[in-house]
Write a protein that binds this ligand. Sequence first.
Ligand code: HEC
Length: 174
Amino acid sequence: MRVLAAIGVLAIVVAIAAAAFFFGGFYSVAASQPQPGIVASALIRVRQASINRHAVETPPLSLVDVAVVQAGARAFAQRGCTNCHGGPGVGWAKFSEGLNPGPPDLKEIVDTIEPRQLFWVIKNGIDMTGMPSFGAIEVPDKEIWTIVAFLKKLPTVSDQDYKAWTAPASSGTQ
Ligand code: HEC
Protein backbone atom coordinates (compact mmCIF):
# COMPACT_ATOMS: atom_id res chain seq x y z
CA MET A 1 0.00 0.00 0.00
CA ARG A 2 2.79 2.39 0.94
CA VAL A 3 4.55 1.65 -2.34
CA LEU A 4 1.42 2.53 -4.29
CA ALA A 5 1.06 5.79 -2.36
CA ALA A 6 4.70 6.66 -3.08
CA ILE A 7 4.20 5.96 -6.79
CA GLY A 8 1.11 8.18 -6.75
CA VAL A 9 2.97 11.05 -5.08
CA LEU A 10 5.88 10.66 -7.49
CA ALA A 11 3.53 10.78 -10.50
CA ILE A 12 1.98 14.01 -9.21
CA VAL A 13 5.41 15.58 -8.62
CA VAL A 14 6.57 14.61 -12.14
CA ALA A 15 3.37 16.04 -13.67
CA ILE A 16 3.78 19.33 -11.81
CA ALA A 17 7.47 19.58 -12.77
CA ALA A 18 6.66 18.88 -16.43
CA ALA A 19 3.87 21.48 -16.40
CA ALA A 20 6.22 24.06 -14.84
CA PHE A 21 8.89 23.27 -17.41
CA PHE A 22 6.67 23.45 -20.49
CA PHE A 23 4.10 26.10 -19.48
CA GLY A 24 6.75 28.14 -17.67
CA GLY A 25 8.46 28.73 -21.03
CA PHE A 26 11.63 26.74 -20.31
CA TYR A 27 11.29 24.49 -23.35
CA SER A 28 12.68 26.28 -26.45
CA VAL A 29 10.53 26.23 -29.59
CA ALA A 30 13.25 28.03 -31.62
CA ALA A 31 13.62 26.65 -35.14
CA SER A 32 17.24 27.88 -35.13
CA GLN A 33 18.33 25.15 -32.68
CA PRO A 34 18.24 21.42 -33.38
CA GLN A 35 15.55 19.65 -31.33
CA PRO A 36 16.80 17.58 -28.40
CA GLY A 37 17.44 14.02 -29.69
CA ILE A 38 14.59 12.47 -27.74
CA VAL A 39 12.08 15.01 -29.11
CA ALA A 40 13.34 14.61 -32.68
CA SER A 41 13.16 10.82 -32.62
CA ALA A 42 9.76 10.85 -30.90
CA LEU A 43 8.41 13.24 -33.55
CA ILE A 44 9.67 11.07 -36.40
CA ARG A 45 8.09 7.94 -34.90
CA VAL A 46 4.79 9.67 -34.19
CA ARG A 47 4.73 11.09 -37.74
CA GLN A 48 5.45 7.75 -39.41
CA ALA A 49 2.93 5.83 -37.32
CA SER A 50 0.26 8.49 -37.84
CA ILE A 51 0.73 8.68 -41.61
CA ASN A 52 0.75 4.91 -41.90
CA ARG A 53 -2.50 4.49 -39.94
CA HIS A 54 -4.39 7.32 -41.66
CA ALA A 55 -3.29 6.79 -45.27
CA VAL A 56 -5.90 4.40 -46.69
CA GLU A 57 -6.90 5.83 -50.07
CA THR A 58 -6.08 4.12 -53.35
CA PRO A 59 -5.24 5.97 -56.59
CA PRO A 60 -8.22 6.65 -58.89
CA LEU A 61 -5.90 6.94 -61.92
CA SER A 62 -2.82 5.23 -63.36
CA LEU A 63 0.32 6.44 -61.63
CA VAL A 64 2.54 5.34 -64.51
CA ASP A 65 0.59 7.07 -67.30
CA VAL A 66 2.96 9.57 -68.96
CA ALA A 67 0.31 12.29 -69.27
CA VAL A 68 -0.54 11.93 -65.56
CA VAL A 69 3.13 12.14 -64.54
CA GLN A 70 3.60 15.27 -66.66
CA ALA A 71 0.46 16.89 -65.25
CA GLY A 72 1.88 16.11 -61.81
CA ALA A 73 5.16 17.84 -62.68
CA ARG A 74 3.22 20.98 -63.65
CA ALA A 75 1.16 20.86 -60.46
CA PHE A 76 4.34 20.35 -58.42
CA ALA A 77 5.85 23.49 -59.98
CA GLN A 78 2.67 25.60 -59.86
CA ARG A 79 1.71 24.73 -56.28
CA GLY A 80 5.11 25.93 -55.04
CA CYS A 81 6.54 22.61 -53.80
CA THR A 82 9.92 23.55 -55.29
CA ASN A 83 10.21 26.52 -52.89
CA CYS A 84 10.82 24.09 -50.06
CA HIS A 85 11.79 20.81 -51.73
CA GLY A 86 13.56 21.92 -54.92
CA GLY A 87 13.12 19.84 -58.08
CA PRO A 88 15.11 18.55 -61.08
CA GLY A 89 17.31 21.52 -62.02
CA VAL A 90 15.39 23.81 -59.66
CA GLY A 91 16.89 25.06 -56.36
CA TRP A 92 14.82 25.53 -53.20
CA ALA A 93 14.15 29.01 -51.81
CA LYS A 94 16.71 30.28 -49.31
CA PHE A 95 14.11 30.53 -46.51
CA SER A 96 13.55 26.78 -46.57
CA GLU A 97 17.02 26.36 -45.01
CA GLY A 98 15.56 27.97 -41.90
CA LEU A 99 12.78 25.39 -41.51
CA ASN A 100 13.16 22.90 -38.67
CA PRO A 101 12.50 20.05 -39.35
CA GLY A 102 13.91 20.77 -42.79
CA PRO A 103 12.10 19.74 -45.98
CA PRO A 104 13.59 16.47 -47.32
CA ASP A 105 15.07 16.10 -50.81
CA LEU A 106 12.09 14.18 -52.19
CA LYS A 107 13.97 12.18 -54.83
CA GLU A 108 15.94 10.55 -52.04
CA ILE A 109 12.94 9.40 -50.02
CA VAL A 110 10.06 8.70 -52.44
CA ASP A 111 11.14 5.11 -53.12
CA THR A 112 10.52 4.26 -49.47
CA ILE A 113 7.08 5.93 -49.26
CA GLU A 114 3.94 4.28 -50.65
CA PRO A 115 1.59 6.25 -52.95
CA ARG A 116 -1.21 6.21 -50.32
CA GLN A 117 1.20 7.80 -47.82
CA LEU A 118 2.41 10.47 -50.27
CA PHE A 119 -1.20 11.32 -51.09
CA TRP A 120 -2.12 11.65 -47.42
CA VAL A 121 0.87 13.88 -46.60
CA ILE A 122 0.24 16.25 -49.52
CA LYS A 123 -3.50 16.40 -48.82
CA ASN A 124 -3.26 16.83 -45.04
CA GLY A 125 0.19 18.33 -44.44
CA ILE A 126 2.24 17.59 -41.33
CA ASP A 127 1.14 19.43 -38.22
CA MET A 128 3.69 21.70 -36.51
CA THR A 129 6.14 21.53 -39.42
CA GLY A 130 6.43 23.70 -42.54
CA MET A 131 4.64 21.04 -44.64
CA PRO A 132 1.30 22.62 -45.64
CA SER A 133 -2.03 20.85 -46.19
CA PHE A 134 -2.94 21.23 -49.85
CA GLY A 135 -6.38 19.74 -49.17
CA ALA A 136 -7.03 22.67 -46.82
CA ILE A 137 -6.58 25.09 -49.72
CA GLU A 138 -8.86 22.95 -51.87
CA VAL A 139 -6.40 21.42 -54.28
CA PRO A 140 -8.54 18.64 -55.86
CA ASP A 141 -7.73 15.02 -54.89
CA LYS A 142 -7.17 14.16 -58.53
CA GLU A 143 -4.49 16.82 -58.88
CA ILE A 144 -2.80 15.54 -55.70
CA TRP A 145 -2.75 12.03 -57.21
CA THR A 146 -0.98 13.43 -60.32
CA ILE A 147 1.67 14.89 -57.99
CA VAL A 148 2.02 11.44 -56.38
CA ALA A 149 2.55 9.92 -59.85
CA PHE A 150 5.24 12.53 -60.56
CA LEU A 151 6.94 11.94 -57.20
CA LYS A 152 7.14 8.16 -57.75
CA LYS A 153 8.92 8.92 -61.02
CA LEU A 154 11.06 11.74 -59.60
CA PRO A 155 14.35 9.84 -59.04
CA THR A 156 14.63 9.23 -62.81
CA VAL A 157 13.31 12.59 -64.09
CA SER A 158 16.07 14.57 -65.83
CA ASP A 159 16.42 18.35 -65.60
CA GLN A 160 15.50 18.63 -69.28
CA ASP A 161 12.35 16.50 -68.92
CA TYR A 162 11.20 18.56 -65.97
CA LYS A 163 11.84 21.79 -67.84
CA ALA A 164 9.93 20.57 -70.88
CA TRP A 165 7.00 19.24 -68.83
CA THR A 166 6.62 22.43 -66.80
CA ALA A 167 7.17 24.94 -69.62
CA PRO A 168 4.15 27.06 -70.55
CA ALA A 169 2.43 25.47 -73.59
CA SER A 170 3.09 28.51 -75.81
CA SER A 171 6.89 28.41 -75.44
CA GLY A 172 7.22 24.97 -77.02
CA THR A 173 8.49 26.44 -80.30
CA GLN A 174 11.57 28.17 -78.87
C1 HEC B 1 6.75 25.82 -46.85
C2 HEC B 1 7.56 24.68 -47.17
C3 HEC B 1 6.96 23.48 -47.85
C4 HEC B 1 6.21 23.44 -49.00
C5 HEC B 1 5.74 24.60 -49.84
C6 HEC B 1 5.98 22.04 -49.26
N1 HEC B 1 6.56 21.26 -48.31
FE1 HEC B 1 6.62 19.22 -48.23
N2 HEC B 1 7.59 19.26 -46.47
C7 HEC B 1 8.03 20.40 -45.84
C8 HEC B 1 8.69 20.04 -44.60
C9 HEC B 1 9.31 21.00 -43.61
C10 HEC B 1 8.66 18.63 -44.52
C11 HEC B 1 9.24 17.73 -43.41
C12 HEC B 1 8.25 17.50 -42.30
C13 HEC B 1 8.76 16.54 -41.25
O1 HEC B 1 9.95 16.29 -41.16
O2 HEC B 1 7.92 16.03 -40.50
C14 HEC B 1 7.96 18.18 -45.72
C15 HEC B 1 7.72 16.85 -46.01
C16 HEC B 1 7.20 16.40 -47.21
C17 HEC B 1 7.13 15.01 -47.60
C18 HEC B 1 7.68 13.82 -46.81
C19 HEC B 1 6.76 13.20 -45.84
C20 HEC B 1 7.38 12.00 -45.16
O3 HEC B 1 6.63 11.06 -44.93
O4 HEC B 1 8.60 11.98 -44.86
C21 HEC B 1 6.55 14.97 -48.85
C22 HEC B 1 6.25 13.74 -49.68
C23 HEC B 1 6.28 16.35 -49.23
N3 HEC B 1 6.68 17.19 -48.22
C24 HEC B 1 5.72 16.73 -50.44
C25 HEC B 1 5.41 18.05 -50.79
C26 HEC B 1 4.71 18.44 -52.01
C27 HEC B 1 4.30 17.49 -53.11
C28 HEC B 1 4.54 19.78 -51.97
C29 HEC B 1 3.79 20.67 -52.96
C30 HEC B 1 2.43 20.25 -53.30
C31 HEC B 1 5.17 20.25 -50.74
N4 HEC B 1 5.68 19.17 -50.04
C32 HEC B 1 5.26 21.58 -50.35
C33 HEC B 1 7.88 21.70 -46.29
C34 HEC B 1 7.18 22.09 -47.42
